[in-house]
Design a protein around this ligand. Structure first.
Ligand code: SF4
Length: 469
């Protein structure tokens, strides 16, 4: 409560649940990290330097942090990599530098600040982050969205009637611990082998274009991976030019977390001029090209990220939008989400678009929120942002697709099972007369359930699965 200017003395107003303040974006000083103490601004702003200095293992993390991180952190990380990790480690300097940005490794509280950091929580997961009893939900699975089942050609997911997802490549400049495509993306880890494309990249991309030419009902193509920033620019440009030559394609979205993780890539002359060529062709053809990025935390939005987003807008593309993922410990409060959305909108001109609930892949239980928590977050962020910049919180329901969290048909809070319906057939149900009458399930994290619900799942885990056939 506070006194309001112009009010009667003693009159008070109650603060709003969230108070907006414009925050200047800031690039944390990378020279506070011992391994990069001598790195010049020119090197820092070079995409090549960033790629060459990504942190890929514990030895490299030690080199960057000097003596600043306790040994217990490295032991925790090593154990996670040996027993839990579904993604190998790959973190660009740009992202490491945004972790614990207010502290230096010489500060006594650095290890605790690093442990607690929202970006560290999903980019460098450690064993003690995970839930001790339920690291994975019993219904979690690789390729939890069944994208590969919906490939008419390898790497092209046809799930919705008018849209496809083109997975051009299985790598990214950064690997996120919670990656939905852990089945396909990145290097194998000790516990997870990865699917390998059977066709060569050129054959796959050619087959995707052939499919689109013969399926005029598809108007919207999400060009993804992995991350398109890892495709050599001439190859990406020729693929997008190929899409622009397909009459029925009206929307093209390029998916790249690297706009935040490696903004230096999107600031290179080659990429900027190439994107300007694509944008010019798109305008002539009345096609919208947009970049979709993946930012989960306000501290990731730095001046370089804003510069990269604005450079892309200046090429003449339609928009730059953000699809974040709701993650416990990273962005699970209304203030964290609103801080992020305002950081994106105010100075980076990135449109908040979606926040996904984290998908049900192995090892994701400690990151996931319950549907009820996601609904509450959607409720709590309404009304502060412009309507056009208010992100929808969505659940990507297996065999259904994205649904706003309030669209649930039924919800058993005790067992944490939500039931969803749909209004179209995915690529695997084109001859299924009952697909639209069925309900499809999604599951809350077990530790968020009442004790009776948790006991149900313990019993479920003890029950042997009946042999198929
Ligand atoms: S950038 Fe996207 S595709 Fe790549 S690891 Fe992260 S979530 Fe997965």
């Amino acid at each position: 409560m506070r006194e309001q200017a112009g009010e009667e003395p003693g009159a008070t107003v109650i603060d709003q649940p969230y108070v907006y303040r414009h925050r200047e974006l800031a690039e944390p000083d990378w020279r506070r990290l011992p391994g990069w103490a001598e790195v010049t601004a020119a090197d820092w702003e070079s995409a090549q330097w960033q790629r060459a200095h990504c942190v890929k293992n514990i030895r490299q993390l030690r080199h960057v942090m000097g003596d600043g991180l306790d040994e217990r952190f490295y032991a925790d990380l090593e154990r996670d990599q040996a027993e839990r990790a579904t993604m190998s480690m790959l973190v660009p300097p740009q992202m490491i530098n945004t972790m614990a940005p207010e502290t230096t490794p010489a500060d006594p509280g650095f290890t605790e600040a690093f442990y607690a950091d929202p970006v560290r929580r999903y980019m460098i997961p450690v064993f003690s982050d995970r839930h001790p009893e339920w690291p994975s939900h019993p219904r979690a699975s690789r390729d939890s969205l069944h994208e590969a089942e919906m490939w008419p050609v390898e790497g092209l997911t046809h799930r919705y009637p008018t849209k496809v997802l083109a997975e051009l490549l299985p790598t990214c400049p950064q690997y996120c611990g919670h990656c939905t495509r852990m089945d396909l993306v990145g290097n194998p880890t000790i516990t997870i082998d990865k699917y390998r494309f059977e066709l060569s990249r050129d054959d796959r991309l050619a087959a995707m274009l052939d499919y689109l030419r013969t399926h005029p009902g598809v108007r919207d193509v999400v060009v993804s991976g992995g991350d398109v920033a890892n495709l050599p620019w001439p190859r990406l440009e020729s693929f997008v030019a190929g899409l622009l030559a397909v009459d029925s394609v009206r929307d093209i979205r390029l998916a790249t977390k690297a706009l935040m993780g490696l903004p230096q890539h999107w600031l290179t002359d080659e990429v900027r001029s190439g994107m300007a060529r694509l944008a010019a062709t798109a305008r002539q053809r009345d096609v919208s090209i947009a970049i979709h990025t993946h930012v989960n935390s306000a501290q990731s939005v730095t001046p370089l990220v804003a510069q990269a987003a604005k450079a892309m807008l200046e090429t003449g593309i339609r928009d730059v939008r953000n699809q974040g993922v709701l993650l416990r410990g990273t962005n699970d409060t209304p203030a964290q989400l609103l801080d992020l959305c305002f950081a994106l909108l105010d100075d980076a001109k990135i449109m908040p678009y979606y926040f996904y609930m984290c998908d049900m892949i192995p090892g994701s239980e400690h990151w996931r929120l319950s549907l009820a928590q996601a609904q509450q977050l959607q409720h709590d962020i309404m009304g502060y942002l412009p309507g056009f910049g208010t992100p929808r919180v969505v659940c990507d329901v297996p065999y259904v697709g994205k649904r706003w969290v309030h669209q649930v048909a039924r919800y058993d809070r005790e067992l944490g099972i939500s039931y969803w319906t749909k209004n179209y057939r995915t690529g695997v149900e084109l001859d299924d007369a009952f697909a639209l009458e069925r309900e499809y399930e999604y599951y809350d994290p077990i530790d968020t359930l009442p004790e009776s619900g948790q006991e149900y799942w313990r019993e479920d885990a003890r029950t042997p699965v009946a042999a198929a056939g």
